[in-house]
Design a protein around this ligand. Structure first.
Ligand code: NAD
Ligand code: MG
Length: 398
């Protein structure tokens, strides 16, 4: 019989107040005999973080903005909690790598801001539940190398990659795999022509038909950049070349991806579109634990449809594939330009169709260069942000 106490898990949830973070905490709270949340971290939402601390009683709470340290400390005192307050990105990195603070890290910060803490957890040999796809796009090669060297276990949380992880043998051996096929919901604008997307609003773009997610990934899903980032993510996680990675639009979002093997077999993982399933796979790894998500009633859902992506209406997917093929700094540039573009779109400063235009502009301005070190990648990230911001400010792209 499994000895639950010997494997009792202390879980750090970085990005705790977000969509993935709260889903992770929902699963953690279902298993008080197996695990508890020991570290909770958030960007700027002090009240949200304190409320989560009151519910989950972690040892440590960390807020990214150093100016909010005192507000966090005061909030924890007012709530009569023994949780220790921390602030600043360095505190994220320190807690993610501290052996006493946690053994499992849910990397659920949005954007490249999640890179350092994820890398710190990998270098410390933690069990890392990796939702923060942007860190893999930015520095996937170095992250996978760090994980190998430190013996860290990565459980992909992105639903597609979690599905692939579930379809592969234990240890993730891709030996007999001929192709990986990522499924895509198609987002809120599936089936629409490019012309009809000229005036779509942020509110329309984040109204995802199947998944409830944070604003950045919701816009990425609407442009299909999300699937492009996921191609790069799959390349790193499963060591798969671009020409063996495909995308299939599947509007029901019940098949979360396919793995095709050399013998003609294709395996898929199915389930309701609820991230708690993937998080339970990671939190229980290598055991199966309850997630709160019911099983799939296929009779009720009736049918599974598949179609090819529309590259004319959604050029971001092709831009991401090209960046993957170009390699080096190109994925970092793509990711940084996209983060700036999505942020500007959400603030009403950029049209929807200008998101791919801005990314393409920055990729052309900063051609791919070899990227052997983290410093080179960080520099590419910074230069891409500067080039994107300048293009916005000068009105080259609008
Ligand atoms: P979200 O916007 O709902 O939450 C983001 C979290 O990150 C919040 O807790 C926020 O406080 C924190 N944060 C933001 N900036 C920060 C910073 N600079 N430092 C520290 N913390 C910061 O986003 P989400 O939808 O939960 O997505 C999180 C990550 O998971 C993203 O990389 C996303 O692509 C990935 N992901 C999400 C889903 C989903 O269903 N939501 C699915 C697959 C992958
Ligand atoms: Mg996904």
């Amino acid at each position: 019989m499994r000895n639950a106490t010997a494997d009792f898990r202390k879980v750090a949830v970085l990005g705790a107040t977000g969509s993935i973070g709260t889903s992770a905490l929902d699963v953690v709270a279902r298993h008080p005999d197996r695990m508890r949340a020991s570290v909770l971290g958030a960007g700027r939402d002090v009240d949200g973080l304190v409320a989560l601390c009151a519910a989950h009683r972690p040892d440590h709470a960390v807020i990214a903005d150093p100016a909010l340290h005192d507000a966090l400390a005061q909030g924890l005192r007012d709530a009569r909690l023994a949780t220790t307050p921390h602030a600043g990105m360095a505190a994220f990195d320190a807690l993610a790598s501290d052996a006493d603070a946690c053994d499992t890290v849910v990397a659920a910060i949005v954007g490249a801001a999640g890179l350092d803490s994820t890398l710190a957890a990998l270098r410390a040999g933690k069990r890392v539940l990796l939702a923060n796809k942007e860190s893999l796009v930015l520095a996937g090669g170095l992250m996978m190398q760090a994980a190998r060297e430190a013996g860290a276990v990565i459980v992909p949380i992105d639903s597609e990659h979690n599905a692939i992880h579930q379809c592969l043998p234990p240890g993730g051996d891709c030996g007999g795999v001929s192709r990986i096929i990522l499924t895509a919901s198609g987002g809120p604008f599936r089936g629409r022509s490019r012309e009809s997307l000229a005036d779509v609003t942020p509110a329309q773009a984040i109204a995802h038909p199947k998944w409830s997610m944070g604003p950045k990934i919701s816009v990425d899903s609407a442009t299909l950049m999300n699937k492009g980032l996921e191609l790069i993510e799959a390349h790193h996680l499963f060591d798969m070349p671009a020409d063996r990675l495909d995308v299939l639009v599947h509007p029901q979002s019940l098949v979360h991806s396919f793995v095709e093997f050399v013998d003609g077999s294709t395996l898929a993982q199915l389930g309701l579109p609820d991230m708690r399933t993937a998080l339970a796979v990671g939190l229980g790894h290598p055991h199966r634990i309850a997630s709160g998500v019911p099983g799939l009633d296929l009779l009720r859902h009736g049918r599974l449809d598949f179609e090819a992506p529309d590259h004319d209406a959604f050029p971001c997917l092709g831009l991401a594939r090209a960046a993957l093929v170009a390699g080096g700094t190109a994925p970092a540039v793509l990711n940084a330009a996209n983060e700036i573009a999505v942020s500007a779109f959400l603030q009403g400063q950029l049209r929807f169709l200008a998101i791919p235009a801005l990314v393409e502009h920055v990729l052309a301005a900063l051609p791919a260069a070899p990227a052997a070190t983290l410093d080179v990648l960080r520099d590419a990230d910074a230069r891409a942000r500067a080039a994107a911001t300048q293009a916005l400010e000068t009105g080259v792209i609008h």
